[in-house]
Design a protein around this ligand. Structure first.
Ligand code: ADP
Length: 479
C-alpha cells in the first residue's frame, strides 16, 4: 500500500484537470437552482481511470439542503477513517478497486487550487468527483448539500443515494492506514537540520495512552504555497521508505498529511551524519571502528539490493548514526525501485560518488550503488573529500568516465579493506554485488572491543520498535 499523495512518477496537478468543475449560480441554501459547468480536458494515462464527462456540457441541478438527518455527526473531516489527506489521483486509483469502494482526499487543481475529491470505483473504473461548495459554504456532490463534508459523505454512503448522475453509489470506504498519522500525535522539539523541502526536527510521537511516547525525527514541508508536484516529490521518499525495515536503514514511522505542514516521521538518529563524524578529526577513529561503519552500511545496502531498491545517493553525508553509534542509511529522495534505471540527462547528481557507467550512459543499478559504497569507504578511511584535488566537476566527470581516474587508498588503510574498496571500482560487469561484498567483511573478534562514540547528553534507552510496530501495522514486518 502506498502513502497518500505519493506517486513514483512526478505528475503535476494538471492530472486532475479532467475532474469536473462546477460554478454555482445560486446561494445553495434550501432548494435552489444551480448551473453546473462540467468539463473534461482528458489527461490521465491510466486506462482504468475514466473521466466522468467526455465533453463540455451544462446541467441544471436543484440542490436540497439536508439539516435533520439522524446520521449527522458534525465530525471533523480529519477524524474520518475514509479521509486520506493529500493524495494523488494515481494513488487513489490503486486503492479503490471494487464496485462502490471509495475514499476522500485532498488535492490541487490547476485552476481551482486545493479541493476535496471523492474517488470512487464504479463500473470498471475509478471516478474522481470534486466536492463542490455553494456560495454560502454548503458542500454537495449531486443534489444534497450539507454544512460539513463528513455528513455529506456519510449520508450518501448510508442512504445509498447516488453521487453522480450515472448512478455511482458509495458502498464501502478504504480505511486510512495506521501509518497515516495525525498532527496531534507529533510534538516538535529542537531543530536538527535543513532538508531540501523544509526543516528537520527532533520530536516525540505519541502512539497510544498505554505506550510511552517515542523519540523521532520529523521532516517537515514548509511553505503555504507548495504545489501538488512538490508535495508528491516530498512524499515519494516516505512512500519508498514505508516498504523498508532493516537495522541499518532509517525507519519510517509514518506520515501526517492532513494539515500543513506535511510531516514525515522517522527513527531518530541522534548521532548526526557519518560525514560529520569523520570530519571531526580531533576524535580518534581506529581502523576497526571505520570497518564497523563500512560493514554496517554494506549490510544495509545488501538489504536494499535484495529489495531491488537503487539508492542513487549513497554517500557519508547520507548515512546517519543512532545513539548506539550504528549506521543508518538515509535520504531516499533519489531512490528508485527496480533493477536498472536509465536517466536521459543527469541533473543535480552527486558526481563524485557516481560510477563511470552512470556518468557515461546515465545507468543506475545496485552495482552503481556498490561503486558509491567504494567512495564511502574512501571517505571513512581517509576522512577526506573524494577526489579533493579535482575541483571542477566537469573535469572530474571526464577523468573518471574516460581517463580511468580512481580513488587511491589512504596509506594507513588496512590491505583487506583496500581490497574491498578496489573491488567496488571494477567495471560494472565484474563488480561485486553487496551480497558478495558483505562476505568479504570477515568477522574479526577484536571488533567486539571497539570503543563507541559517547554521547554525554543522550542517556535514555532507545525506544523499542515492537511498541511502534504493533501500532503502525502498515509499516510491515521486521526483516
Ligand atoms: P533532504 O533529503 O530533504 O535534503 P536530509 O535527509 O538530508 O533532508 O535531512 C537534512 C538534515 O536533517 C540531515 O543532514 C540531518 O542533520 C537531519 N536529519 C535527517 N533525518 C534525520 C534523522 N532520521 N535523525 C536525525 N537527524 C536527521
Amino acid at each position: 500500500m502506498a502513502i497518500s499523495g505519493v506517486s513514483c512518477c512526478r505528475k503535476s496537478s494538471e492530472d486532475e484537470k479532467s475532474m469536473r468543475q462546477a460554478q454555482t449560480s445560486s446561494d445553495g441554501g434550501g432548494s435552489s437552482s444551480l448551473t453546473k459547468s462540467i468539463e473534461d480536458t482528458g489527461g490521465s494515462n491510466n486506462k482504468s481511470s475514466q473521466s466522468l464527462v467526455r465533453s463540455h456540457q451544462v446541467l441544471k441541478i436543484k440542490l436540497k439542503k439536508i439539516t435533520n438527518w439522524s446520521g449527522c455527526s458534525g465530525a471533523h473531516l480529519d477524524d474520518e477513517p475514509f479521509y486520506h489527506g493529500y493524495m494523488s489521483r494515481e494513488e487513489a486509483e490503486k486503492l479503490v478497486r471494487t464496485q462502490g469502494e471509495f475514499l476522500l482526499r485532498k488535492t490541487e487543481l490547476t485552476k481551482r487550487g486545493e479541493v476535496v475529491v471523492l474517488s470512487v470505483f464504479w463500473d470498471d473504473s475509478a471516478h474522481h468527483l470534486v466536492v463542490e461548495k455553494t456560495n454560502n459554504g454548503l458542500h454537495y456532490l449531486k443534489e444534497f448539500c450539507f454544512e460539513n463534508i463528513s455528513d455529506l459523505v456519510r449520508y450518501h454512503h448510508q442512504t445509498r443515494t447516488s453521487v453522480y448522475k450515472s448512478g455511482i453509489k458509495l458502498f464501502c470506504w478504504v480505511v486510512r492506514e495506521e501509518w497515516q498519522l495525525y498532527h496531534e500525535q507529533i510534538n516538535l522539539g529542537k531543530k536538527l537540520g535543513n532538508g531540501e523541502f523544509g526543516e528537520v526536527f527532533q520530536g516525540m510521537l505519541s502512539v497510544g495512552i498505554f505506550t510511552n511516547d517515542v523519540e523521532v525525527a520529523v521532516k517537515t514541508m514548509k511553505g503555504s504555497k507548495v504545489t501538488a508536484d512538490e508535495r508528491i516529490t516530498f512524499l515519494r521518499e516516505a512512500n519508498l521508505m514505508l516498504k523498508l525495515n532493516h537495522k541499518y536503514v532509517v525507519r519510517l514511522y509514518g506520515v501526517a498529511t492532513q494539515q500543513e505542514p506535511i510531516m514525515i516521521v522517522m527513527e531518530l538518529c541522534s548521532g548526526g551524519s557519518l560525514k560529520g563524524r569523520i570530519e571531526k578529526k580531533e576524535h580518534e577513529m581506529s581502523s576497526s571502528l571505520k570497518r564497523k561503519y563500512c560493514k554496517q552500511i554494506a549490510k544495509g545496502m545488501r538489504y536494499l539490493e535484495k529489495k531491488q531498491v537503487i539508492h542513487r545517493d549513497l554517500a557519508a553525508r547520507n548515512v546517519l548514526l543512532d545513539k548506539s553509534d550504528n549506521c543508518k542509511i538515509s535520504d531516499f529522495g533519489l531512490s528508485l525501485f527496480g533493477k536498472l534505471h536509465k536517466e536521459q540527462k543527469l541533473m543535480k547528481v552527486p558526481i563524485r560518488w557516481l560510477a563511470p557507467e552512470t556518468l557515461l550512459k546515465g545507468i543506475y543499478s545496485s552495482k552503481t550503488d556498490v561503486w558509491s559504497f567504494g567512495v564511502v569507504m574512501f571517505e571513512v578511511f581517509s576522512r577526506d573529500y573524494p577526489y579533493a584535488e579535482v575541483k571542477v566537476l566537469k573535469e572530474l566527470r571526464r577523468k573518471v568516465a574516460h581517463e580511468h581516474l580512481r580513488l587511491q587508498p589512504p596509506s594507513d588503510m588496512p590491505p583487506e579493506d583496500t581490497k574491498i574498496m578496489e573491488m567496488c571500482f571494477e567495471p560494472a560487469e565484474t563488480r561485486v554485488s553487496f551480497d558478495q561484498l558483505c562476505k568479504k567483511f570477515v568477522y574479526s573478534p577484536h571488533l567486539l572491543s571497539i570503543p563507541s562514540f559517547r554521547y554525554k547528553d543522550l542517556t535514555s534507552p532507545l525506544p523499542t520498535w515492537n511498541g511502534i510496530a504493533n501500532k503502525l501495522v502498515g509499516i510491515g514486518a521486521a526483516v
